[in-house]
Design a protein around this ligand. Structure first.
Ligand code: PFF
Length: 446
């Protein structure tokens, strides 16, 4: 397959696309509940360390491979491997990435469907008159209703695949524009409101006073996995976007700005959610429903609550949408490489992912007692193992390829930085990121 000719129309469009991929459910939904399950501040600290030491350099590696290869991830890897005189089997890293995003997108769509449901409920004002206990109970009732969940999941898959089918500049770019700042503004408003609640002080100390005793190999592994998940790194999804990156754009600057913004969004969401958790005496380790219960409670107490809550879920949905189109891209570009038209590829991927998503839907009702792996429902498995294990495994392979296999001159040109910057990046990936990923993965798995 020859080089792709598609390009983002500008540097700004590329940064927006990568930000769109990174900022999503991972920051606003997954970050608070997984921090809650892993004991708070110690998890947050580890997450920030991993974002800095792994997230930035491996993100750069991944985008760089895409830009140097200018093909779908599998094709880019085998093409570059040949140029480096290495085995073309490196392409299987691209396939592994496609499998990873396949699983992730399957639950991502289901949870985004929850946002659709909550958007509609918020606009109808149905939270306004309810007590916190009733709001909690209505979430459980929703989970127990597979038809409603399937309806919303289907809707979200259709939204995603129609944008993906429209292609890079026609579809992906337009959606990534301008709406995200609104989400940040609403989050800031929520975080400011959080400062007025009784639980704010407790939330802050819970989030920012690490207890070293809380650190276990499992916590470390989850923190690393979450760093990859929220940055969209490790599944070749950013590699697919890198293929459309214009020449002469600083990859370092793009990566650092995305990462900083991404962490800021997660922390704001954490402050907003945990202030309500502690104000209401809820359990921080309550799990995936955390945000869907706490935020309606918070907003129901704010003036104009229904309006803000509706706006919040609308923007969350948009954030999820710009991530889900990125999740679909490695699979779609792979099928395009195999000769399918973009629209056909999007349809095939959409149907398959949708079908597997039904397993997540049913995990809360008829399949609640079906244990997919180690006592976990399918939903529990798919929301933990692909993000915490598959993404870092992909990250290790991508990093090895970029920093050890790819010849320096190809890597340096695609990275587009000064010679000193290139050596710094390569040293960091070779001697810090790769060993760290391997150690954490092995100790977490054993
Ligand atoms: N970064 C996205 C989020 O935080 O919601 C999720 C994601 C997108 C993960 C793309 C992996 C990926 F390849």
């Amino acid at each position: 397959m020859s080089e792709t000719v598609e390009r983002w129309s500008s540097r700004r469009a590329f940064i927006l696309a990568v930000t769109g991929a990174a900022v999503g459910l991972g920051n606003i939904w997954r970050f608070p509940y997984i921090t809650g399950e892993n004991g708070g501040a110690a998890f947050l600290l580890l997450y920030i360390i991993f974002v800095a030491l792994l997230g930035v350099p491996v993100m750069m590696a991944e985008i760089m491979i895409g830009r140097a290869g200018r093909r779908s991830p599998m094709m880019a890897l085998s093409h570059l491997a040949r140029r480096a005189g290495a085995t073309p089997h490196w392409r299987w890293v691209g396939l592994f990435g496609a499998i990873t995003v396949f699983f992730i997108l399957s639950f991502y769509s289901v949870v985004s469907g929850w946002s659709i449901e909550y958007l509609v409920s918020a606009v109808n004002g149905s939270f306004a008159s309810r007590s916190p206990a009733e709001i909690g109970a209505s979430f459980d009732a929703f989970l127990a209703d597979p038809l409603r969940m399937t309806f919303n999941h289907t809707l979200f898959m259709l939204l995603t695949m129609s944008v993906v089918a429209a292609g890079v500049s026609g579809g992906l770019e337009k959606l990534n524009n301008l709406l995200m700042p609104l989400l940040y503004i609403i989050l800031v408003i929520l975080a400011v409101y959080a400062t007025t609640t009784a639980g704010f002080g407790q939330a802050i100390s819970w989030l920012f006073t690490p207890d070293p005793g809380a650190i276990t190999a499992g916590v470390v592994l989850s923190a690393m996995g979450h760093a990859f998940f929220t940055l969209a790194v490790g599944a070749c999804a950013l590699m697919a976007y890198g293929a459309y990156m214009p020449d002469h754009q600083s990859l370092t600057r793009a990566a650092v700005s995305v990462v900083v913004l991404n962490v800021a969004v997660a922390i704001l969401a954490g402050i907003a959610v945990f202030s309500v958790v502690f104000t209401q005496g809820m359990d921080p380790a309550e799990g995936p429903g955390l945000m869907f219960v706490t935020l309606p409670i918070a907003f129901s107490e704010l003036p104009g609550g229904a309006f803000w809550l509706g706006g919040f879920f609308l923007l969350l949905l948009l954030a999820a949408w710009t991530s889900s189109i990125n999740l679909a891209e490695p699979m779609v570009s792979m099928l395009q490489g195999a000769g399918l038209k973009r629209g056909q590829a999007a349809a095939v991927v959409g149907v398959l992912v949708w079908a597997v998503g039904l397993l997540s839907v049913l995990s809360f009702s008829s399949m609640a007692d079906v244990h997919w792996f180690a006592g976990m429902t399918f939903f529990a498995w798919v929301t933990s193992v692909p993000p915490s294990i598959f993404l870092p495994m992909g990250g290790v392979m991508i990093a090895i390829f970029a920093a050890w296999v790819l010849p320096n001159e190809i890597a340096a040109r695609a990275l587009d930085t000064s010679p000193g910057g290139f050596r710094l990046w390569q040293g960091l990936v070779r001697y810090v990121s790769i060993p760290l990923m391997v150690v954490v993965l092995l100790s977490g798995l054993l």
